[in-house]
Write a new protein. Structure first.
Length: 570
């Protein structure tokens, strides 16, 4: 494995540079990262104990999944108190120590915040269902007709998006689980309470927010029926709603603009045009997550299916998002998160070419302009797990999908749907972090809340040697920090239609048009040995990094299976 050279000067105006553009963000899922007290559930003291792993990797910031008080029906995305820490994770004192330790290591802390909905256990909902005058309109309540829901909107987790509440005598809207009622953002008091909560956390010293499903805040007036043949019934009436931009602009004006804080919004069904509106140069957010590249292996667009995927389509999506945001916006780059199965099991080869495909996929993410997000365990090449029955799944969404698949009449047993459910379940991303080859992978001394992946004896932090996936990720992050072309450069796809190879340049130019530096990445997305044709001007390029043991090669040398090469052209 080759090592990167020293930093070269690059012509990026100081006004365009920001810490979050130049950061590599490491995502921590607290429940599965490290358990300090042996109860089988990851916690904040456990995170503190393992912070050096994140710092040594080269991460600049940590995105922390929700640690707020919660009944944990959806693993913390059902918040019952925005200003308290869930007891299984620790105390507010533990969290304050975490913040101090993160900052001591010159990293930043970004909190995950859910403001589309709360838990049914939240005081606001409890007072709203009792018709407390101060909270009566904090949620979206409607009368039904003849015992039917107010309309045909669907929950993302399946079934109706409406649940009847006996105490209030009305239906409440929940675009996710019935334990997660949607807040009524039309109510100024709701907005004021949310903004006050955000300011409270920023005053405690955090460095930003990841905003969960933030483009669902604005629901259409009148709550009309949705198209039952759409991907998500009702989505066109609550995704990118009519007041969304106004809500986000108010959030920015009243809170975010007063702090040097990073914001990234999770936005289902996001288009490039919408991203420019919400996270463009003058938009209220800094970045937005889109999910087009995570749906390549859907069959006929259906999430609970497994289909073949197409590399030219991945490159087309990559080019569209780069070109669409290069002049007015910023890209958020990711393969994995707490909701996505492991990428090496989807777009790589975890059996025969585990290290090669894991490092190649990491190269694709970390050598393009934008802010990269590394999910815990991705730097090890953690893979999807094996699920034997419905009871082995913790993911409420996977359990629901399994029941629907079995009820469809196409399948007779779990064994017949095991490959689909096992491939798609969010539990794949939530199996405990694999620290070593001891019992439960060093995650806990107790019984883990979710079984450890059976390959933990080979795939773990302690086993990562100089030629490991982790060592390669460390070199990639170091290389990115030393060359602004990877951060601020212009992306050009050299072989957009090639079905197995990706070849692209990242070019950083001076304002007068002269080139400061140009980088080339050539990646083999297949298990075949692949030749490649590139312009003759790259023949004398310097090899900066390869996931194979090479000292020097020319760009035209045939590529080994899942090989990644990164060159400096000038």
């Amino acid at each position: 494995m080759t090592k990167p050279p020293q930093q070269t000067s690059c012509p990026v105006p100081e006004a365009e540079r920001t810490w979050w553009k130049e950061s590599v963000v490491y995502q921590i899922y607290p429940r599965s990262f490290a358990d300090s007290d042996g109860d089988g559930i990851g916690d904040i003291p456990g995170i503190i104990d393992r912070l050096d792993h994140v710092a040594d990797l080269g991460a600049d910031a940590i995105w922390l999944n929700p640690v707020y008080e919660s009944p944990q029906h959806d693993n913390g995305y059902d918040i019952s108190d925005y200003r308290s820490i869930h007891h299984e994770y620790g105390t507010m004192g533990d969290w304050e120590e975490l913040l101090a330790q993160v900052h001591e290591r010159d990293m930043r802390l970004v909190m995950d915040l859910v403001v589309n909905h709360t838990s049914v256990d939240h005081e606001w909902f409890q007072r709203s269902r009792r018709r407390d005058p101060d909270y009566e309109d904090y949620y979206i309540w409607r009368e039904g007709e003849d015992g039917e829901a107010p309309n045909n909107w669907e929950s993302f987790f399946g079934g109706s998006a409406w649940t009847y509440d006996e105490e209030r005598g009305k239906y409440y809207l929940h675009l996710y689980d019935e334990s997660q009622p949607d807040l009524n953002w039309r109510n100024p008091a709701v907005r004021r309470d949310i903004f006050d909560t955000m300011e409270w956390w920023l005053e405690k010293g955090i460095d930003g927010f990841r905003l969960d499903v933030i483009n669902l805040l604005s629901k259409a007036a009148g709550l009309p029926d949705g198209d039952p043949d759409a991907e998500w019934t009702g989505a066109r009436h609550f995704v990118d709603g009519p007041r969304l931009l106004a809500y986000l602009e108010a959030m920015d004006e009243q809170v975010l603009s007063n702090y040097d804080a990073m914001t990234v919004g999770e936005m289902p069904q996001l288009s490039v045009e919408q991203a420019r509106k919400y996270a463009g140069t003058d938009g209220p957010l800094d970045m937005a997550f889109h999910f087009q590249h995570t749906k390549l292996d859907y069959e006929d667009g259906k999430r609970w299916s497994v289909g073949d995927w197409d590399l030219p389509e991945l490159k087309q999506i990559t080019r569209r998002w780069h070109d669409g945001l290069s002049a007015e916006g910023w890209n958020a780059l990711f393969w994995e998160n707490h909701d996505q199965p492991r990428v090496v099991s989807r777009y790589g080869d975890p059996e025969t070419y585990h290290r090669e495909s894991a490092t190649m996929l990491g190269t694709f993410m970390l050598t393009r302009s934008g802010t990269p997000y590394v999910y815990q365990g991705q730097e090890l090449g953690m893979t999807n797990a094996q699920w034997t029955d419905v009871e082995s799944l913790a993911d409420v969404d996977a359990r629901r999908a399994t029941r629907e698949l079995l009820d469809s009449g196409q399948y007779d047993s779990f064994e017949e749907v095991a490959d689909i459910v096992g491939y798609r379940s969010r539990d794949n991303a939530r199996t405990p972090m694999q620290w070593d080859d001891s019992d439960h992978a060093g995650f806990t001394d107790g019984e883990p809340w979710l079984p450890v992946n059976t390959n933990y004896e080979e795939v773990n932090v302690a086993a990562q040697a100089d030629d490991s996936v982790t060592a390669y990720y460390r070199s990639l992050i170091e290389l990115r920090a030393e060359h602004d072309a990877f951060v601020y450069g212009t992306y050009e796809d050299l072989h957009p239609e090639h079905e197995r190879l990706a070849a692209y340049t990242q070019t950083l130019e001076y304002p007068d048009g002269g080139v400061s530096e140009r980088m080339l990445a050539v990646l083999n997305f297949s298990a075949d040995r692949e030749p490649v044709e590139l312009p003759t001007t790259v023949e004398d390029a310097d090899l900066l990094l390869s996931n194979y043991d090479r000292d020097a090669i020319t760009p035209t040398t045939a590529h080994e299976p899942y090989e990644a090469r990164v060159f400096r052209l000038e």
